[in-house]
Ligand binder design. Structure first.
Ligand code: ADP
Ligand code: MG
Length: 244
């Protein structure tokens, strides 16, 4: 049985006169990996930011676990800890060590004890292959290492969904593979993920469903085989031809 964890209906977003999201409709089921592809400026980041309420939609509906998240009575802090975002630019706390980066959300938001937070952090760092760097100063890491720590930090919060906005776009090419491998292992474990990416081979390998966005609409969606091998829309074919 497909169990939707995120349900988006008729989502609209404008920035002034710019209509960035037009009537977006889709579900994300529990355990599903959904990738979002499309040209720069097509509204991918805005869509993720609306799901995470970093941007407030100006029309439509977003439900998380059946609850309308646009309801003003919702507990925003609690919601955000269930639905965490990993950014292109890592956003680590530079004045903290790797371990402290992974503990702070747990102690401050989830009110875990230091001991419990440390244990959870070490398990997450191990999962991303960064346990040997627990005491390192986070500013001294490479981009790929920073991104793996950012993923570990998110995992420590035991989120129900992880959102990724071009997690490898800021990395040197030789570091991209390590980060994608970590994400593949999370997908195998059944974590629900929504991933904006330009890594087409990765999207083919890891996705249950691929969404192609063009100019603020979902132009096409389908399983990776359908979308990459037999795209129905001319604009999908044109976009994909750039990666051939
Ligand atoms: P993508 O992630 O697909 O590259 P974005 O969602 O970042 O696209 O942007 C979609 C459109 O919205 C672009 O034209 C962008 O310039 C515009 N935009 C994004 N954020 C803002 C903002 N905060 N204010 C005004 N315009 C924005
Ligand atoms: Mg973007």
């Amino acid at each position: 049985m497909e169990q939707p964890i995120i349900e988006i209906r008729h989502l609209q977003k404008h920035f002034g006169d710019l209509h960035v999201l037009h009537d977006i409709d889709f579900n994300v089921n529990k355990g599903e990996v959904v990738t979002i592809i499309g040209s720069s400026g097509s509204g991918k980041s805005t869509l993720l930011r609306c799901i995470n309420l970093l941007e407030i939609p100006d029309g439509g509906e977003i439900k998380f676990d059946k609850q309308n998240i646009l309801d003003t009575k919702m507990d925003l802090g609690k919601y955000r800890s269930k639905m965490l975002m990993v950014f292109q630019s890592f956003n680590l706390f530079n004045n903290l060590s790797v371990l402290q980066n992974c503990m702070i959300g747990q102690t401050k938001v989830l009110k875990r004890s230091k001991e419990e937070a440390k244990q959870r952090a070490m398990a997450a760092l191990k999962q991303v292959g960064m346990e040997a760097f627990a005491n390192a100063d986070s500013t001294r890491l490479s981009g790929g290492q920073k991104q793996r720590v950012a993923i570990a930090r998110a995992l420590c919060m035991d989120p129900e969904v992880l959102l990724f906005d071009e997690p490898t776009s800021a990395l040197d090419p030789e570091m991209v593979g390590d980060v994608l491998d970590v994400m593949k292992s999370l997908a195998k474990q059944g974590l629900t993920m929504v991933i904006v990416t330009h890594e087409m081979q990765f999207a083919k390998d890891v996705s249950d469903r691929v969404i192609f966005m063009d100019k603020g609409v979902i132009a096409e969606q389908g399983n990776p085989n359908e979308l990459f091998e037999h795209p129905k829309q001319e604009r999908t074919r044109q976009f994909l031809s750039r990666f051939a």
